[in-house]
Each structure stands twice: as structure tokens, then as C-alpha cells.
Design a protein around this ligand. Structure first.
Ligand SMILES: Nc1ncnc2c1ncn2[C@@H]1O[C@H](COP(=O)(O)OP(=O)(O)O)[C@@H](O)[C@H]1O
Ligand SMILES: [Mg+2]
Length: 298
């Protein structure tokens, strides 16, 4: 029994909680979080993907066929257990030794409003909500023995996103090329991220929709990979590397990876998991690389 408890404790220490955050919306948090979570689970990990974009949940659009009975909100309000809110999506991965759980946030306006109003009005409620929030992470690690908890958050400085950052081991700050808000991002890093880093949280920049390459929607895979190679080869001479230097120097956070903009993903009518639907798509290589780096990052 004691032995089992020790093993569980070690598993909790080894598991990683990774939050996707940004200063502005539309940077690709939900897209990259969902694709990365599926990739890690496909590689044999136990992964829980949690929608904590409480104010504007959108994770369900990647898993459109499901309307859950219970939401993350219900756990935070102490109505249900962790098992009730985590839906087992492992079967969508095909063959794997991993597990893929997803917890959705309720998108009905009354439920969003309810959590928001509780935060703003009553100090005690704020505390108990935060306690339940910490419990959310602990129970996923202990009861589901998760290797990774991937959290999708709301952009900017808001109660639920700050809480999500507070319980994370790694923060991935997403920036969208062509719409880089240096000043806002810098202030957010200085005022918020730096206080978490004192407690050992690691933060990295993740650049998305990097310019210089675009796949027309109907291009075939071989052609697209050829162009990707040319892009990768030329990328060192592109002025975007100057931007990268400035970013790292200015914001003082290392860049973990850069993901090009793919028009077929950008302009498709609906969202989907590229890593599962189009495993040969060049986008998938980017996600696999991030998964690999994260598995080495402590
Ligand atoms: N690398 C990329 N290339 C092309 N389109 C992308 C890429 N990353 C995200 N997108 C698209 O950008 C839009 C916004 O992404 P989303 O993940 O919803 O952002 P956020 O969660 O930060 O608001 C979505 O339509 C998504 O499909
Ligand atoms: Mg989102």
C-alpha cells in the first residue's frame, strides 16, 4: 500500500501541467493545445486536455460531435467528481498505449456569467473556487495518473487565466506573426510571468502563423512538403529572424518553436485535429517537434 502511494507520488512529480496563454485572442492557443494533446496521447502518454477558456470556450469545436453531461464548471462548483468531467476520447487516436481525456468548459452564457459573477462579488467564493481549481489539477494527476495536463486559457490578464498559469509548470506564450503586440506582451511577462518563475514555472514563446510560407488549400502533400523544405532552408536569411532576436532580447523569454501559417487550416470552414485527420501535413511535424522538446523540458 505504502509502496503504491510512493509510486503515485513520484508520478505526480513527473507529470507536467502546460498552459497555453497569449496577450491577444486568435493566436492559435486552442488549435495548438488540442493538436499537441492528441500527439502526446498518441505517443503513449496519459493526457488530460482541459478547456479553461471559461469566458469563451471553443475546444468543443474540435470535437464537434460531443455534448458532455458534465462540464469543468460543475467540478469547480463541487457538483460532480473529476471522473464525471473527463471524457475518454482515446478511441479517436487509433492504436496507442496512451489515454486521451478531455474536460470541456460550459459555453452557455448563464454558466459563464455565473462563474464570473461569483468571482467579482464574494471573496469567500473566490477562495473556494481557487481551492477547487488546485484540486482539479491534483485529482487529474492522482486519480487519472496523467503524464500531461494541457490547459487552454483565455487571453490577457483575467481571473481564470491567471489561476491557470499559477497551477502550471510550463507556460507557452503564443504570439501570432503579423499581429505582434510587443508592448502588451512585454508588460504581461514582466508583471505576471516573472512572479511565477520565482516558484519554478518555465515560460517560453511560441510563435504561430509565421509568415514566409503559405499552403494553398488544394496543394498536394508532396508539393507542400517540398515548399516547406525551401522555407526551412531559407528561413535563416529572412528578416523574421531579426524579429525573433528582438523578441527574445526584449521580452527575455526563449522561443520554443515557430509554426508557419497554413492557409488550408486557416480558411477551412470548421476546426479539426490536423494531427489525426492529415498525419502527413507539414503542420504535424511542427507539433511533433514541440511534443519532443516538451518531453525533455523540466
Ligand atoms: N499555424 C496555423 N496556420 C493556419 N491557421 C492556424 C494556425 N494556427 C491556428 N490557426 C487558425 O487560426 C484560428 C484561431 O486559432 P485559435 O486556436 O482559435 O486561437 P485562440 O485559441 O488563441 O483564440 C483558427 O481558425 C485556427 O484554425
Ligand atoms: Mg481559443
Amino acid at each position: 500500500m505504502q509502496h503504491l502511494r510512493t509510486i503515485k507520488l513520484i508520478l505526480m512529480i513527473l507529470s507536467k501541467c502546460i498552459a497555453f496563454h497569449s496577450y491577444k485572442g486568435g493566436t492559435g492557443k486552442t488549435t495548438i493545445a488540442a493538436n499537441l494533446a492528441a500527439t502526446l496521447a498518441k505517443r503513449g502518454n496519459v493526457v488530460a486536455l482541459i478547456d479553461l477558456d471559461i469566458y469563451a470556450p471553443s475546444l468543443s469545436s474540435y470535437f464537434s460531435c460531443y455534448h458532455p453531461k458534465n462540464w469543468v464548471n460543475d467540478f469547480l462548483e463541487e457538483k460532480v467528481s473529476i471522473h464525471d468531467i473527463l471524457i475518454d476520447y482515446t478511441s479517436i487516436l487509433g492504436e496507442t498505449n496512451g489515454k486521451f481525456y478531455i474536460g470541456f468548459s460550459n459555453y452557455h452564457k448563464d454558466e459563464i456569467y455565473k462563474l464570473d459573477i461569483n468571482i467579482n462579488q464574494i471573496q469567500n467564493t473566490q477562495l473556494s473556487l481557487f481551492r477547487n481549481f488546485i484540486l482539479l489539477k491534483e485529482e487529474i494527476m492522482r486519480k487519472k495518473e496523467a503524464d500531461y495536463i494541457i490547459i487552454d486559457t483565455s487571453p490577457g490578464v483575467r481571473f481564470w487565466s491567471i489561476n491557470a498559469l499559477a497551477i502550471s509548470d510550463i507556460i507557452l506564450l503564443m504570439l501570432k506573426f503579423g499581429d505582434l503586440d510587443f508592448d502588451g506582451t512585454k508588460i504581461m511577462c514582466e508583471e505576471i510571468y516573472s512572479s511565477f518563475s520565482k516558484f519554478g514555472t518555465k515560460s517560453y514563446l511560441l510563435l504561430n502563423k509565421v509568415e514566409g510560407y503559405c499552403t494553398p488549400p488544394l496543394i498536394n502533400i508532396e508539393e507542400s512538403q517540398k515548399k516547406q523544405k525551401v522555407f526551412n532552408h531559407n528561413s535563416h536569411s529572412l528578416p523574421k529572424n531579426k524579429i525573433l532576436e528582438t523578441l527574445t532580447e526584449d521580452i527575455q523569454i526563449d522561443v520554443l518553436s515557430q509554426i508557419p501559417c497554413y492557409c488550408d487550416i486557416q480558411f477551412d470552414q470548421k476546426e479539426y485535429l490536423t494531427v489525426l485527420n492529415f498525419p502527413n501535413h507539414p503542420f504535424v511535424k511542427n507539433i511533433e517537434l514541440i511534443a519532443k522538446i516538451l518531453s525533455y523540458t523540466k
